[in-house]
Design a protein around this ligand. Structure first.
Ligand SMILES: Cc1ncc(COP(=O)(O)O)c(C=O)c1O
Length: 428
């Protein structure tokens, strides 16, 4: 869980896409060489490396936005791709140029498939996780008597969506209650196993919850569902681009994610993975023109005209993360989260809702800051300490949420902990 990157990671960084591609960016190169002198040997310089990664984002160095669970900044390579491809359409909106862009979109599909370790034939490029989740809840044939098992702490796009559609189509929604603190992986595997009956058609869960960052035993629950002949859906909004996700290993039937969260892609782009074995069990929700070229995208991606630039920019984002190192990104974000949990836990009266156990959490940390008013504290942290957090309503495990990613720094975490400590003494 250290924040440094090994010599092997650096070697891989250069091997993958090469130094030329990554360090071609003058800002990156300048920051990097400032941090390392002119030496080409880059192993063993953990913080210097992450500083050079941070320089690939246009956020000012003194602004510490710890809100990856909500929205991430796009990196410079992503912004460049977005501008380049967007300008290209305006310069040349011909059918020929649009056909080129459609071809580029297919390269994004391939990149998404490689990133998630599945096949391009199983990938639908959506607008976001909400759309992907709703394509699942609207696309499965469900009728009165059928049951759907959901986690109560799912995002509305994967909870309210099922509840509302149940009113229309007459199926029953069975909810697994959330427990705090995280009761352990076995608890949730057991709860899902017991909730599945002969009437269950699909189970759905959140890989990492957006509320308090509880990690779910996705692989085990998907296995139980598979063994019982039940479909499984995994909402990956908080795992895609943070965890080194391997869908061939987890084997859900459906997985959804957003480019504008942890992958740091362009806004309004997302993914729906539909496992080859489940493709005959789901209907498209939208019928129009401009489908994808392969597999399930031929029938599921006819969304009409789209902005290909955002999809091409997503490919750039995936390449950027691959070059930095996906395992290193996961390790970095998680280590910042652990640093935060440890720091907050030492402050008097602060209640950290997130499990301190790294096998049960990710990089989403929620806490109640004693008797301080959370919205006022959030505002003070932003205005006076240049730290951006998300607010959480006081009803359920409320307070503030910080979700650090690989562009954040240990200094920002220290700044947050000491600022909260200060406000606990002075008030806000
Ligand atoms: C678990 C989860 N699912 C779905 C979503 C919806 O994501 P989007 O707004 O990108 O559609 C979110 C957003 O925070 C989320 O945390």
């Amino acid at each position: 869980m250290s924040g440094s990157v090994s010599r092997r990671d650096f070697a891989r960084l250069f091997a993958l896409g090469g130094s030329a591609a990554l360090f071609a960016d003058p800002v990156w190169a300048r920051e990097y060489s400032q941090a390392n002198g002119s030496s080409p040997a880059i192993g063993g310089t953990g913080e210097a490396f992450w500083k050079s990664v941070r320089a690939q984002f246009v956020m000012p160095p003194d602004l510490g936005v710890l809100n990856a669970a909500n929205l991430c900044p796009a990196s410079r390579p992503v912004l460049e791709a977005l501008k380049r491809e967007s300008d290209s359409v305006d310069r040349d909106p011909s059918a020929q140029n649009r056909a080129r862009l459609s071809g580029e979109k297919e390269n994004t599909r391939k990149a998404l498939a490689a990133f998630l370790r599945v096949t391009p034939e199983e990938i639908v490029i959506t607008r976001n996780t909400s759309e992907a989740n709703n394509m699942v809840s609207s696309g499965i044939d469900l009728k009165p008597g059928d049951e759907v098992v959901v986690f109560h702490d799912n995002h509305p796009s994967n909870l309210v969506a099922w509840q509302e559609k149940a009113k229309r189509w007459g199926f029953t929604v069975v909810e697994i209650a959330q427990k705090n603190p995280h009761p352990g992986m076995e608890y949730y595997v057991d709860a899902y196993t017991k909730a599945i009956t002969s009437k269950t058609k699909i189970v759905t869960m959140t890989h990492l919850t957006s509320s308090v960052g509880d990690l779910f035993p996705a692989k085990d629950i998907c296995r139980v569902a598979r063994e019982r002949g039940v479909l499984s859906h995994l909402d990956g909004a908080q795992s895609f681009g943070l965890l080194d996700v391997n869908l061939s290993d987890i084997q859900p039937d459906f997985y959804s994610g957003s480019a504008h969260k942890w992958p740091c892609g362009a806004r309004e782009c997302g993914v729906l993975y539909i496992n080859a074995r489940a493709q005959k069990q789901i209907w498209p929700s939208i019928y129009s023109a401009y489908p994808g070229a392969v597999g399930i995208s031929k029938s599921f991606e006819s969304f009409g005209q789209r902005d290909e630039a955002t999809m091409i920019a997503l490919r750039e984002a995936l390449q950027f993360q691959t070059k930095v190192g996906r395992a290193a990104i996961e390790q970095r974000s998680r280590s910042l989260a652990q640093q935060l949990i440890a720091g907050l836990s030492k402050l008097p009266d602060v209640k950290v809702w997130t499990s301190p156990n790294p096998s049960l959490n990710g990089a989403v940390v929620s806490f109640l800051p004693g008797s301080l008013n959370p919205p006022r504290l959030g505002q003070a942290l932003y205005e006076k300490d240049k730290l951006g957090l998300a607010g959480r309503g006081l009803g359920d495990r409320g307070g503030l949420r910080a979700s650090p990613h690989f562009y954040n720094t240990p200094e920002e975490i220290d700044r947050l902990v000491s600022a909260v400590g200060r406000y606990l003494k002075t008030g806000v």
